[in-house]
Design a protein around this ligand. Structure first.
Ligand SMILES: Cc1cc2nc3c(=O)[nH]c(=O)nc-3n(C[C@H](O)[C@H](O)[C@H](O)COP(=O)(O)O)c2cc1C
Length: 174
C-alpha cells in the first residue's frame, strides 16, 4: 500500500482537520496514513549560517533527518495549514527549506508526488493556497487543483469533503 502523509502546520484546528482527513482515508483501506504536526518537530529556523554549522559537523539534527525521511518515504502528501498574513505558514516554508538542503537533490522529497492543500484559516485561506500551490509546483509536485477550505465561520460541507478526498486519492492511485 502507498504511504499518505498528512502534515499539519499546527496542533490546533489544522491538526483536527488532519485527523478527520486521516480517519476518512483510512476507512477506504487504500493507503497507509500517518498524521504529523510540524510543531512537534521544533525545527530550528533555517539560516545559511546554521546550515554551514551542520554541514561542518557532517550531520543534520535528528528532527531535520526525521522530517526528511517522512517526506521522502511518502508517496503522496496532504498539507493542512493556516493562512498567515496573506501567505504560507512559515512552519511549512521552514521545514521545506531544511528538507531541500538535507537531500541530495533539493526536489527529492517532492518531485512527481501528488499533493493536496487544505486549510483551516480565519478567512478563506485563498492566498495561502495560491502561494503554496506555486511553491509545491516549483518543487516538482503534482498539486491537486481542488482544496479543502475551513474558515472560522464555516466548516467544510460533508459532500465536498468526501468528493475532494475521493478524487484526490483516485488521482494518486491512477
Ligand atoms: C500571525 C497570524 C496571521 C494571520 N493571518 C491570517 C490571514 O492572513 N488570513 C486568514 O484567513 N487568517 C489569518 N490568521 C488566522 C489563522 O489563519 C487562524 O487563526 C487559523 O485557524 C489558525 O490555525 P490553527 O487553528 O491550526 O492554529 C492569522 C493568524 C496569525 C496568528
Amino acid at each position: 500500500m502507498s504511504n499518505m502523509l498528512i502534515i499539519s502546520a499546527t496542533k490546533n484546528s489544522n491538526f483536527e482537520l488532519s485527523i478527520g482527513i486521516k480517519n476518512y482515508i483510512e476507512d477506504q483501506k487504500k493507503f497507509n496514513c500517518e498524521v504529523v504536526s510540524l510543531e512537534d518537530f521544533s525545527l530550528p529556523l533555517y539560516t545559511p549560517t546554521l546550515e554551514a554549522v551542520y554541514k561542518k559537523d557532517k550531520s543534520f539534527p535528528k528532527n531535520i533527518q526525521r522530517s526528511k525521511e517522512l517526506i521522502c518515504t511518502s508517496n503522496a502528501m496532504i498539507w493542512c495549514g493556516p493562512e498567515y498574513n496573506g501567505g504560507i505558514s512559515p512552519i511549512f516554508t521552514n521545514a521545506i527549506a531544511w528538507i531541500s538542503r538535507a537531500t541530495e537533490d533539493w526536489k527529492e522529497g517532492f518531485k512527481d508526488k501528488h499533493s493536496l492543500i487544505c486549510t483551516s484559516s480565519g478567512g478563506n485561506g485563498k492566498n495561502f493556497i495560491k502561494g503554496f500551490k506555486l511553491q509545491l509546483g516549483y518543487l516538482g509536485s503534482i498539486v491537486f487543483e481542488r482544496s479543502l477550505i475551513q474558515t472560522n465561520a464555516k466548516k467544510i460541507d460533508k459532500k465536498e469533503f468526501s468528493s475532494v478526498l475521493d478524487d484526490f486519492c483516485e488521482n494518486v492511485l491512477k
